[in-house]
Design a protein. Structure first.
Length: 216
């Protein structure tokens, strides 16, 4: 039983990496099995199709990488805009680490896979929509707190969260297209460039990036 469970874990890890590094259409079942060191028969023991592997891999990435990062960096123990900046710092750092490891800027897997597939794979699209909704909620809550604390001008929190995430994804996509990690640099300044800070708001310079200030 231990080996069977390990095989599934290896397949999920391999599928996560390959879908992030490449694309859904370019990744094959054989490639996933080869990366995992698992026979194809074992893959079909756990998953009925390539799309089922992709859905399980996306859910695995959310549960083991993305959601823990959101929970950590969007902790309510930090001021609202600092939550967003801390997450964006982690995002930039993780992208640069991937670049050092595999020589590519990868972008965010949920976004890049969603752009590739659209609604062509309904089951995958449904999973991506759920993840997107969960991700947006972290930003929306932080912006809502910033409004309540009068750090930023009154606005519709959801609309501002959508704008901020669109800017974030645009930066990631541009860096991926150009293959240039330095294109990621504007990420951490997004809270003060996209949101309308109140003139009387206090400003805190972050030690990680002396050029970046956020309101608290």
């Amino acid at each position: 039983m231990g080996r069977t469970s390990n095989a599934r874990q290896l397949l999920l890890n391999a599928a996560c990496d390959l879908l992030w590094e490449k694309s859904y259409h370019s990744v094959t079942v054989d490639e996933v099995c080869a990366r995992a060191g698992v026979r194809k028969g074992s893959l079909y023991h756990f998953f009925e199709s390539k799309s089922a592997v992709a859905v399980a891999a996306l859910e695995h990435f959310w549960q083991t990488v993305a959601q823990p990062a959101y929970e950590e960096y969007f902790s309510e123990s930090f001021p609202p805009l600092m939550r967003i900046t801390r997450f964006l710092e982690w995002l930039e750092h993780s992208q640069r680490e991937k670049y050092r490891t595999i020589g590519k800027v990868l972008g965010w897997p949920f976004f890049t896979l969603g752009c590739e597939l659209g609604i062509c794979e309904p089951v995958i699209a449904s999973t991506l929509c759920k993840v997107e909704s969960a991700e947006l909620r972290y930003f929306e809550l932080a912006i809502g707190d910033a409004i309540a604390q009068e750090v930023i001008e009154p606005c519709v929190a959801r609309a501002e969260a959508l704008s901020l995430r669109a800017a974030m994804q645009g930066i990631l996509a541009r860096a991926r297209i150009l293959g240039e990690p330095d294109e990621l640099s504007p990420l951490t300044s997004l809270p003060i460039t996209v949101l309308r800070l109140k003139p009387a708001g206090k400003v805190l310079a972050l030690p990680q990036d002396e050029g970046c200030c956020i309101a608290i």
